[in-house]
Design a protein around this ligand. Structure first.
Ligand code: EPU
Length: 338
């Protein structure tokens, strides 16, 4: 295994932040991973996969392991469904396109989400009415200190909104190495209820959509709203949508009757952080090279040479403004590396 020194991580994080890894190695197999984790001369290890959900605010004084485990395999199937095992380093969107090429249904609403498959369970990625957990069966992960491989069932992952065991009790303990999905082979369950998908299908006069049509609609919506990290550094939604209790929501709605919201349960209402941030006047603004996207205020962007600290300062400023104006705390969805 080749260990590189002082490696620039700009190409390894979708924010395009030029932080430096003190040591760096590529992980191309489970053996590589176990070997690298065992290296005692590098006591601190830091895992990067797609780098799509992190903000690097400093250099990384550790051995960075870049997860490059590849492979997509059908491990079992019956007439109706198939179980697909995807290695952690497979790019998420390319993997979704692979499922669509085989007419396997379940992941189409999550087309074009940046990042790799192995990190998707950590925050239970989701979009347009569907979350990873809806097709998730299990994942395998290597324990960082013992190098043992453990299988996590869906229950063990404790999925919530942009949340899982791996963000809580299991944080920093495991490297996810593969994910198993259960996908449909026929009678696909189409999820077109999200307003923007319905509108896109209507515009194209598609009455009886296939899973590929839904994927194409999602791709078109995302391209119109969300910046492509290859062109403008970003990490998707920087903040989570805050969830308010009924009492707090009623109070909020009295003074902001026009605010969009989603009712999650009798006592939980989600308010779009993008709307709150836009109301504070930030949408499309730029402070040096750190900015807020012009089409979606939930997305912070690196116009070229912003440092992680500049993006973080902007995030803190936005959080303070939202709290001052609405009395609502918003929190980052992105992992902030300090
Ligand atoms: N809105 C505004 N201004 C904005 C952004 C949004 O007023 O600048 C309003 C919209 O008009 C709409 C509502 O807020 O009424 C919701 O907006 P949108 O449909 O764009 O969804 P979101 O709640 O802002 C969430 C996810 C996205 C996901 C979309 C679609 C989170 C943190 N974000 O965004 O996920 O693509 O729904 O399902 O839950 C990501 O996690 O990186 C991501 C992009």
């Amino acid at each position: 295994m080749i260990i590189q020194r002082n490696k620039c991580l700009k190409a390894y994080n979708t924010f395009g932040i030029s932080a430096t890894a003190k040591y760096f190695c590529e992980i191309n197999s489970l053996d590589d991973l176990a070997e690298a984790l065992r290296l005692e001369e590098y006591p601190r290890k830091f895992i990067i996969s797609g780098g799509s959900n992190m903000l690097l605010t400093c250099d990384v004084d550790a051995l960075v392991l870049h997860i490059n485990l590849k492979g997509i395999t059908v491990i079992s199937e019956d007439d109706n469904s198939v179980i697909v095992k995807v290695m952690a380093g497979e790019n998420w969107h390319e993997m979704v396109l692979w499922t669509l090429d085989h007419d396997y249904g379940g992941l189409e609403n999550m087309s074009l989400i940046p990042g790799n498959t192995g990190t998707a369970p950590i925050q239970n990625i989701g979009a347009y009415g569907v979350e990873l957990k809806d097709s998730f069966v299990s994942c395998e992960a290597m324990h960082i200190t013992s190098q043992e491989i453990k299988t996590f069932s869906k229950d063990a992952c404790q999925f919530g909104y942009r949340d899982s065991y791996f963000k809580n009790a299991g944080k920093g303990q495991y490297v996810i190495t593969s994910v198993n999905f259960k996908l449909t082979k026929k009678n696909h369950v189409l999820n077109t209820s999200y307003g923007a998908i319905e509108a896109a299908l209507k515009e194209q006069q598609i009455d009886d959509p296939t899973i590929k049509d839904i994927s194409n609609a999602v791709i078109a919506i995302r391209r119109s709203k969300l910046p492509d990290p290859a062109e403008l550094g970003n990490s998707g939604s920087f903040f989570k949508n805050p969830i308010l209790s009924k009492v707090k929501f009623n109070k909020f709605q009295k003074s902001h009757a026009d605010a969009p919201f989603y009712k999650i349960s009798e006592d939980a209402y989600k308010v779009p952080a993008g709307w709150l941030i836009e109301q504070c006047g930030y949408k499309g603004k730029r402070f040096g090279d750190a900015g807020i996207h012009k089409n979606q205020a939930l997305v912070l962007v690196n116009h070229d040479r912003a440092t992680g600290t500049e993006i973080l300062d902007l995030a803190l400023r936005i959080m303070a403004s939202v709290e001052e104006k609405f009395g609502i705390k918003i929190t980052p969805e992105v992992n902030i590396i300090k």
